[in-house]
Design a protein around this ligand. Sequence first.
Ligand SMILES: [Zn+2]
Length: 97
Amino acid sequence: MRVGGMALYPFILLKEQRFKYDKAFINHERIHLRQQLELLILPFYLLYLLNYLFNLLRYKNHHKAYMNIAFEREAYRNEHNFNYLNTRKFCTFLSYF
Ligand SMILES: [Zn+2]
């Protein structure tokens, strides 16, 4: 998820049309779709929320809590690598916790 975008398997929801042409933006959301698939969708949202709440207690700051969600760390770190999803190993998000 980035501001204006959300991955809701199997869709990527965009607040504005122009995001469609932002390759890194779309790649970021596609990385989330892969994470969601690996966690069989629903557990992803639960883990995402728990990870956020845990981070919020830890950092007491929304932005920092969000940026440190393991799923976001993987997505932000690799969103500019357009070959990432072709080479990524199964459940790589685990290494970002
Ligand atoms: Zn994201």
